[in-house]
Design a protein around this ligand. Structure first.
Ligand code: AMP
Length: 407
């Protein structure tokens, strides 16, 4: 089934056109700086040259129009009619407590996504805009929401409750939700295919290390804990997000710097993390380069990042009473041998031993074992593919809808 996968940010739309029968990507692309004077448009048809251009694109509906125009243009030769697209899958960041699985989007689902605006003010509003825009252009196909939070619905109460009055959980649903669920799900399933062990006996730590970063403990195929929490701000240090803090620091900063709540929000979400620590960059490649040139603060930012990863691996190994495998994924996890090595250094007490040569020779896009043969815990680099998970879930739900006697 040909599925269009849409991932909308506040000023961007990413898309993939995926044939789910074989998982192939026909085309992918991105429109950035929506609403700015000029927007950047990129289309990457598989096996062909990338198209990069600038246009005036004022909103998400126009962005979807641009995508459809490109996919339908005789030059691109990708699809010949909108009806070639059989379903649309939407990444939705926050599903709250309501959504344990992906769902067909109807009015009730739209309302529930809207109700979670408070929980993910940066993500859910643009996600909904994307849904509305895509429905305008493709009104006759099923639209499916795939939630970043859904895979972590299996967290037990002792992992998701915070130490605050319980009425705040009951009244406002303040609890740990966890994010990057589709990525943690995908890489753990890739590992199960090669591990020669029944899934219900496996204990895995997945490290999704990108601009946003999170770590999950997956026992018997189910997420039982993860580093992100009520929002994607918590957990390990990220590109521009602080990760976990002593909550008292927030009151202290507000008082000392005399700043209001929204400035504190921006400080923690956009000016902290690797960027804040280094005072130089949020991008790991830039930090590694400057650290190699002798910049002390860039080196410190890298050290803090790796220390937090190591702490979580240790914590989750204790939580699960063991760990069969550590899986590294996303931009940093897949590409940086240095970060992988530093994050698992000196963990032989846990039976974790990285093989330097294997770690240095990981081929992009391939699942690669990077632990020594004597390591009690396997370490793998596993390329993630969140879009494929979204496409497959969407196809399943669309198919079920088409076979339902009630439609
Ligand atoms: P993502 O959010 O998954 O796209 O990951 C983005 C992050 O991956 C950025 O911090 C990049 O600097 C980092 N990254 C990509 N390639 C490399 C590389 N070769 N070495 C270190 N970091 C990388």
């Amino acid at each position: 089934m040909l599925v269009l996968v849409i991932n909308c940010g506040s000023s961007s739309v990413k898309y993939n056109l995926i044939e789910t029968s074989d998982g192939s990507d026909l085309c992918k692309g991105m429109i950035e700086r929506i609403g700015a004077v000029t927007s950047i448009v990129k289309h990457q048809p598989t096996g062909k040259k990338q198209i990069k251009d600038t246009r005036v694109i004022t909103n998400h509906t126009d962005a979807l129009q641009e995508i459809m125009n490109y996919l339908l243009s005789p030059d691109s030769e990708i699809i010949s009619s909108p009806s070639d697209i059989k379903a649309v899958g939407h990444r939705v960041v926050h599903g709250g407590e309501m959504f344990k699985d992906s769902v067909l989007i109807d009015d009730d689902v739209t309302e529930a996504i809207q109700q979670a605006f408070d929980l993910a003010p940066l993500h859910n509003p643009p996600n909904l805009k994307g849904i509305q825009a895509a429905k305008e252009h493709l009104p006759n196909v099923p639209h499916v929401a795939v939630f970043d939070t859904a895979f972590h619905h299996s967290l037990p109460a002792h992992a998701y409750l915070y130490g605050i009055p319980n009425r705040l959980y009951r009244r406002y649903k303040i609890r740990k939700y966890g994010f990057h669920g589709t990525s943690h799900y995908y890489v753990s399933r890739q590992y199960y295919k090669i591990c020669n062990k029944p899934v219900d006996q496996t204990k895995v730590v997945t490290c999704h290390l990108g601009n946003g970063a999170s770590i999950a403990a997956i026992k018997g195929g189910k997420s039982i804990d993860t580093s992100m929490g009520f929002t994607p701000l918590s957990g390990i240090v990220m590109g521009t997000r602080s990760g976990d803090l002593d909550p008292s620091i927030l009151f202290y900063i507000m008082e000392k710097e005399e700043i209001p709540m929204n400035s504190l929000h921006a400080l923690l979400n956009r000016h902290s993390g690797l960027l804040g620590l280094s005072g130089y960059a949020s991008d790991m490649r830039d930090l590694i380069e400057e650290a190699n040139n002798g910049d002390r603060r860039c080196q410190q930012a890298i050290d803090v990042f790796c220390y937090k990863i190591k702490q979580h691996i240790g914590t989750y190994t204790a939580t699960m009473n063991g760990c069969d495998a550590i899986l590294f994924t996303a931009g940093i996890g897949e590409n940086s041998s240095l970060i992988r090595k530093q994050s698992v250094a000196e963990m032989d007490y846990f039976g974790i031993e990285i093989d330097d040569e294997r770690n240095e020779n990981v081929k992009p896009g391939e699942i690669t074992k990077i632990s020594t043969d004597s390591s009690r815990t396997d370490i793998y680099v596993v390329p993630t593919n969140e879009e494929l998970v979204i496409a497959i879930d969407t196809a399943k739900i669309a198919q079920a809808k088409s076979q339902s006697p009630w439609v």
